[in-house]
Design a protein around this ligand. Structure first.
Ligand code: NAP
Length: 325
């Protein structure tokens, strides 16, 4: 039996239950790892609330991300061995001292990347990698609007887009978050709880608006985000921390300037093993070279998962949060 955090009934942070669970031996194509750190992500709150149904039913162990040492390998696993340091993004089962996962979802960690860094960046950092390289190609001269710029995905995206030569505008919930976003690559910040972010984007861009908006907020920033995009620009809706965007008439995209809109997820962008490895290796390169830093600003013992969720949903966190088993 190992320590884990399970949900028996969908609900608020109080449904996260710290308890002992049985972890099976790895089956064909699987590995078992002893985790050193588990990532906390906004998606964990969607599963906890039941907004995303659990594919394994109830109860389930929350969490999709972690890093640790391989302690057993199942039949047919050839490229990963006991003792390897690995990290992953995969299906539920993350908030646990040990877990089993498909070997083809694990990535070997380079020496320079710590378990904690890995748990704080695999999901968020690989998301940034595909968002700025594949969903929309960010480069020199691109103007980007990033919502929640001081969040987990936010601080990584601001640094990486800046490194690629973009002008980065970020919305943030407080003055302290604005300072932090500026230290992490944001050129301009907007206090979107007090200021009209569309008006501020017009001001910062001299009216030319942004090439791309990355919106993980959803309900509260839609449709205003569309007014921040130049004609033929791209709206990337990649999350819904304030609630999902309601159904809308697609003609709005024509009215706002023949915009492109997409709702991407890492699952699709890293579905093939070769894409997973390319995405992870690019992230490792950027972090290894120091171009992108992973701010782990909240670290909790595994038993404090409820507090981690309260703080994340209460907008009280910045950068990445991890749980230590
Ligand atoms: N599609 C994908 O592949 C993918 C992958 C990873 C993450 N995501 C999405 O990316 C987004 C960010 O994830 P994260 O884990 O890095 O979280 P996060 O950004 O660290 O936390 C959420 C932030 O959203 C802002 N926010 C605005 N309105 C909010 C509200 N009503 N309630 C709560 N927060 C609100 C808060 O920042 P302020 O106080 O500054 O407003 C808060 O700190 C989420 O929507 C997540 O689902 C998508």
């Amino acid at each position: 039996m190992v320590a884990a955090v399970r949900v028996h009934k969908a609900g608020g942070p109080e449904v996260l239950t710290f308890e002992e669970v049985e972890v099976p031996a790895p089956g064909p194509g699987q590995i078992r790892i002893k985790q050193k750190a588990c990532g906390v992500n906004y998606i964990d709150t969607y599963f906890r609330q039941g907004m995303y149904p659990s594919p394994v039913g109830l109860p389930f162990v929350v969490g999709n991300e972690g890093a640790g040492d391989v302690v057993a390998v199942g039949p047919g696993v050839t490229d990963i061995k006991v003792g390897d340091r690995v990290a992953y993004v995969t299906g539920l089962g993350g908030y646990a001292a040990e877990r089993v996962l498909p070997a083809d979802r694990a990535v070997k960690l380079p020496d320079g990347i710590s378990y904690e860094q890995a748990a704080g960046m695999m999901l968020k950092g690989m998301t940034v990698q595909y968002l700025i390289n594949r969903t929309f190609k960010v480069g020199k001269g691109t103007t980007v609007l990033m919502h929640a710029a001081a969040g987990g995905v936010g601080l990584i995206l601001c640094q990486w887009a800046n490194h690629l030569g973009a002008t980065v505008i970020g919305t943030v919930g407080s003055k302290e978050k604005a300072d932090l976003a500026k230290k992490n690559g944001c050129h301009h910040t907007i206090l979107y709880r007090d200021e009209d972010f569309v008006a501020k984007v017009k001001e910062f861009t001299g009216g030319s608006l942004c090439d791309v908006v990355y919106d993980g907020i959803g309900k509260q920033t839609f449709p205003a985000s569309l007014d921040c995009i130049r004609p033929l620009g791209t709206f990337v809706s990649f999350g819904s921390s304030s609630g999902p965007i309601e159904a809308f008439n697609i003609n709005i995209l024509q009215q706002k300037g023949s915009l492109f809109a997409t709702r991407p997820t890492l699952n699709n962008y890293a579905a093939k093993r070769e894409d997973l490895l390319k995405t992870a290796n690019d992230l490792f390169d950027k972090v290894g070279s120091g171009a992108v830093k992973i701010p782990i600003n909240q670290k909790y013992p595994l038993k404090d998962a409820q507090r981690a969720h309260r703080e994340l949903e209460g907008r009280a966190t910045t950068g990445s949060s991890i749980l230590i088993p």
